[in-house]
Design a protein around this ligand. Sequence first.
Ligand SMILES: Cc1cc2nc3c(=O)[nH]c(=O)nc-3n(C[C@H](O)[C@H](O)[C@H](O)COP(=O)(O)OP(=O)(O)OC[C@H]3O[C@@H](n4cnc5c(N)ncnc54)[C@H](O)[C@@H]3O)c2cc1C
Length: 529
Amino acid sequence: MSNVTPVHNDIIDEALALTRQAIGADAVITDADTRAYHSQDVFATGPTVAAVIRPTTVADLASAIKILTTAGIAVFPRGGGYSYTDAYLPTGPNGVSLDMSGLNETLEINTEDMFVTVQAGCTWEALDNALAPHGVRAEFWGPLSGFKATVGGGMSQGAASLGSSKDGISAEAVLGMEIVTAEGTVFATGSAAQDGKSPFFRNYGPDLTGLFCGDAGALGIKATITLRLQKRAKFTQGLSFGFDTFEAAHKAMSAIAASNRATEVFGFTRRAMEGAIASKGLWEDLKIMFAVGRTSGGPIAGLFQVLKMALAGRRWSTNSECFVHCAVEADNPTELKGHMQTVRDAVGSAGRDIPNTMPTVMRATPFMPYPVVGMDAKRMLPLHAILPFSKVVAFHRALEAYFEKRKADMDALDMTTPSIFGTLSTNGFLYEPVLYWPDQPDIFHERNTPEELLAPMRENAPSERGRILAKEMFEEMVTIMHEHSGVHLQIGKAYPYTRDRSDMTIALVRQIKDLTDPRGLINPGALGL
Ligand SMILES: Cc1cc2nc3c(=O)[nH]c(=O)nc-3n(C[C@H](O)[C@H](O)[C@H](O)COP(=O)(O)OP(=O)(O)OC[C@H]3O[C@@H](n4cnc5c(N)ncnc54)[C@H](O)[C@@H]3O)c2cc1C
């Protein structure tokens, strides 16, 4: 651990024995497989943790953290584990992984005051399933990894996707949280920071909730989270367009974002689109079709939608170089038609209509179990920047020039670089290049990938060179992102949070860390602290 002295084995043994006494033997897991699994993420492997702690109550969570940090043991919080920026990976030997998946209850659904309180280890899918019967959903309702990814993970690293084009990222939907410090103190932010008060509102004086959004878990452990609710819309419709150039697609996405009518707006380069819609087989296709039929707003609309998908199938191919897919929502058909027209007006004549299969599937099955490898059985390292709309085209050209410069290195390792885009409310453009290369699966991939993709992946030769090149390119691309005003979610231990910041802002964050984690034992290395 960067500034943390690793503890001796006998201290670990003693602290784990105390933890077992305090929170039960079942909550302390030390088998080799589980420890190895919790020491990897989608991209990297860290030093193996000494144990995995899985508390099931907030009291047990606080008590376990206190025992471990009192012994000088570093604790690495982990939600669904679906990240790729070393975010929960240990930085030295004898750390302990704090598995939040045991704290997964929905505690209060309040449809009068329009908030929901959940435990941090609840997945976005479980949350949405709990809310659906009440006719409501969270304002930000999940990343596409939400069948595994947790609300706590989404708040700690910032997540975008479902609802983001209208209402922004995960942090914008949160009203308050209960945080556990390194010393086991539990405190609330938002209106619930006053004893006995409802968590219904975020701002009453300085916004303490915001401090813990995007903190990569460095400033404390989120135990519970309260999110703002909104009514579920009755009607949803997908629209898809093909464009000749990235520039034309970007212009359309900027105009759609400014209109603030679409709930999700995604863009794909041609290569990304080809990878994304590779068929998963007839059974998966049928399951999706039935889901579409259930969710497309009434039996006739549903039937029509299924028929249209069956006819269009995956025949999306046009001469387009870039694709934009949107979803719009409304409470009645007239409003829906109006929103669709607004989107069409924003796109103008530059966009050609293509089958809306992709947004229709995405909204019908928002929490599909996406694999953690490419559809062509390659390993992956996604990276991203959020850019102001005005800088996007210059950034895109700089990135294309960079790929050209690196072409020989990438070709030698069969590395490809499709890119995906999105809009975040009216003011952010998410640009996500993904590096793919043939490589062997690790334990993480083995546990989170269907056999149809794993079997060909196991045939790949191990490619340490691929991983080294990916990491090298990550660093170089982040520099280009910064040159174009790019900022990041998912900071973890990979994005340079402290780079170019004023001494004052770094001192402020460090002071907060000193208060909640005086010995630097909660996720050391995260945020670069
Ligand atoms: C196939 C796939 C699809 C994806 N799609 C999207 C997408 O659509 N949008 C998007 O934004 N991202 C996406 N991601 C990235 C990632 O899954 C999300 O950002 C997600 O929010 C991570 O949540 P998690 O619970 O898995 O967090 P983890 O990976 O477990 O942890 C992330 C960070 O949060 C910290 N943390 C977790 N829980 C707590 C807690 N309770 N208290 C304090 N710190 C905590 C960890 O220490 C770590 O720093 C995708 C990833 C994959 C593999």
